[in-house]
Write a protein that binds this ligand. Structure first.
Ligand SMILES: Cc1ncc(COP(=O)(O)O)c(C=O)c1O
Length: 414
């Protein structure tokens, strides 16, 4: 059997989900809308307590949660432009375009991966903070007075800045995702999260928006989805095939598209399924353990790369203080694309879970070469797309993997 670490991990055992459902006295399958609503309330209470928020609205994916915000914005304020990093998940842009918003792609700092908001001539209507790989983006106070800030915590739900979990920071509307390879690695799903104080803040556009989104949600009859059986199977497959001794099998099946970045303007708009909810709940119970491991593994990668004079954006951000970074993957921006490609190929061949992340800046996707999307020079984002390498920090990474990686890096850079 070939050893092959998956780039992302920490999937929860389906038996643990089963145990939690039994403890909650909930069935294995959805059964009725009543059963769904009961589980939804229990999970929402636990989720809200953990993240110190008061509002959580569940969606079928992070993309559809973003779409709900963008669509309500468009309906209330008629027009608007979203300012967003040119190097992030393309589905963010798909959601904005589908909702009828314009998009302004902004450059990023290649050392910190932070969005560059400093050179804007006017305040954007909406600013989306991507918090890439779990690195907390800075919230500019004056911008917060003028623009709607969306704190996209799809990759950074477990990190915090100035005391607030990403997605749950004051003055913002947060978005979470529970997809494969997210901080709460689940079976898919997403949420809009916010503090009630946001509903009372007369200075911000967030209350009008949140109230309209909540109203729409309440008017929605949850469709009867009976996909729990296939989700149970998916749960077994995710859990067992994320073992480094089995991962080679799914990773060599091209139709699974593992690690591929897709652009889909017709993304499905579904409700969060019963088993997806139960998985989020079970993940939350185990999250402290995963957090500790990710922090420890991130520090180990940091040590390895510093030995070869490569500073990670994780170290750069740490210098900005008062934040806790729980990375989704450990990012390193190499000195050249040639250096990145050599490291990537060697680490991949050794089965160490290296990934090149998103293949290109968002302005290069054909789907986004349209008048609705504008951008200026994107030198920083281009540099990142060409030179970034990300490494796994999940609980499947062993001490010996760091030692093997160190030897490989030494051969190439030493
Ligand atoms: C930063 C970011 N935002 C939004 C999304 C969309 O989330 P989902 O996959 O749940 O639709 C992703 C997904 O990778 C993401 O990385």
């Amino acid at each position: 059997m070939t050893y092959c670490l998956p780039p992302v991990g920490d999937f929860i055992s389906p038996f643990a989900v089963f145990k939690e459902l039994s403890a909650l006295k909930c069935g294995l399958f959805r059964g009725s809308n009543m059963a769904y609503a009961e589980l939804e309330n229990k999970v929402a209470t636990c989720f809200s307590e953990f993240f110190s928020i008061d509002s959580v609205l569940w969606y079928g994916s992070g993309t559809s949660a973003l779409y709900a915000i963008f669509k309500s914005y468009r309906e209330i304020f008629i027009k608007g432009e979203l300012a967003v990093s040119a190097y992030t998940c393309p589905q963010v842009i798909s959601a904005a375009i589908r909702a009828g918003l314009k998009v302004h792609l902004l450059d990023i700092d290649p050392c910190s991966l932070e969005i560059r908001l400093d050179n804007l001539s006017e305040y954007p209507d909406i600013v989306l903070l991507s918090n890439l790989y779990g690195l907390p983006d800075f919230i500019n106070e004056s911008l917060m007075q003028q623009s709607l800030i969306i704190d996209d915590a799809c990759q950074g739900l477990l990190s915090s800045r100035a005391g607030g979990f990403l997605g749950a920071r004051e003055g913002t509307i947060g978005v979470a995702s529970f997809g494969r390879g997210k901080p709460l690695s689940g079976l898919g799903g997403g949420a809009i999260i916010a503090k009630t104080s946001e509903l009372e803040n007369p200075e911000s556009k967030a209350p009008i928006l949140l109230n309209s989104i909540i109203e729409k949600k309440l008017g929605n009859n949850i469709p009867q989805v009976s996909n729990s059986f296939s989700l149970w199977i998916k749960s077994f497959l995710y859990y067992y095939f994320s073992s480094p001794w089995l991962y080679k099998i799914p990773s060599s099946l091209p139709f699974l598209g593992l690690g591929k970045t897709e652009v889909d303007l017709d993304f499905p708009m579904e409700e969060l399924a019963y088993l997806q909810l139960a998985t989020v709940y079970t993940q939350l119970k185990a999250v402290e353990r995963y957090k500790t491991i990710r922090l420890k593994n991130s520090s180990k990668w940091e040590e390895v790369f510093l030995r070869y004079d490569l500073t990670s954006p994780v170290s750069v951000r740490k210098q900005k203080g008062n934040l806790s970074i729980v990375p989704l993957r450990f990012p390193i921006v190499c000195k050249s694309s040639k250096q990145r490609d050599s490291l990537y190929l060697a680490l991949l061949k050794a089965g160490l879970g290296a990934s090149k992340s998103y293949p290109q800046v968002l302005s290069k996707y054909l789907e986004f070469k349209i008048p609705q999307v504008r951008h200026e020079a994107l030198d920083g984002a281009e540099k990142v797309a060409n030179c970034i390498l990300t490494l796994p920090v999940h609980s499947g990474v062993r001490d010996v993997d760091f030692e093997r990686a160190d030897l490989i890096i030494k051969q190439i850079l030493g």
